[in-house]
Design a protein around this ligand. Sequence first.
Ligand SMILES: Cc1cc2nc3c(=O)[nH]c(=O)nc-3n(C[C@H](O)[C@H](O)[C@H](O)COP(=O)(O)O)c2cc1C
Length: 254
Amino acid sequence: MCLSAGFSPLKTLRGSVRVCHAQLKFTHVRLNMQHVRVTRPDTYVRPGVTAGKAAGMAVVAVPSLAKQSHLYTSADEVINSLLDLQLEKWGLPAFQDRIEGTLPLEPWCIGGPVIKGFGRGSKVLGIPTANLSPEGYSAILSEHPAGVYFGWAGLSGRGVYKMVMSIGWNPFFNNTEKTIEPWLLHDFNEDFYGEELHLVVVGYIRPEATFSSLEALIAKIHEDRKIAERALELPQYLKYKDDPYLKSSLHQEN
Ligand SMILES: Cc1cc2nc3c(=O)[nH]c(=O)nc-3n(C[C@H](O)[C@H](O)[C@H](O)COP(=O)(O)O)c2cc1C
């Protein structure tokens, strides 16, 4: 199998690979292709895809640049990121570390004051997200592809809560800016714009998607909520509730 153009945290994929020889070879190919991410996809990736297919390989393309998947249509499958790679689709043993519909990640942190989004969250969807500004986070955001993540949220002066989060362009609404939209899984009586929010992101659920209706989008987000709520009870994820970053500038503990 050949894989073109990497776009995902390397550590995660390395961590996913266990003992299967086929998987190791597969990952080796991927790592060797890593340099492609900084080059022009039409110049370097298309010939790679074509050559791979001519040699009888199946090719999965992972665009490094957002919204350029049309350049990769000659691949057998185009995926948002390597986090969405399903080896079983290709007759290989599945990654063994997916648990309860989630993929554990090397935890990463992001924080800042809560800002206003487009205002659809509460009003249109009934899902009040506590958006963070992407400013100052371009490096971390380019490392973490668009998708639905989850983890723990520390809200200054209030406590630590479970959270599920969308990072991306919200294809249903066709945003032009990448947004960071954590949904704190707790009933708050009031808004908390301007308050300091610290997130420890511990896992990945799915790529962002578009839907045939608003109801379908809402149903999917509630499904994400259930997955995150359940997963965060697992010791593997629960232990990060005590991460000092969550309370690093908080005045009051939960
Ligand atoms: C857990 C979660 C998953 C989401 N998944 C998607 C998605 O797959 N596609 C999409 O277009 N928007 C998705 N969204 C984003 C919502 O559309 C967004 O939060 C909503 O438009 C409100 O945006 P606003 O706060 O800027 O008004 C998701 C949001 C959350 C919290």
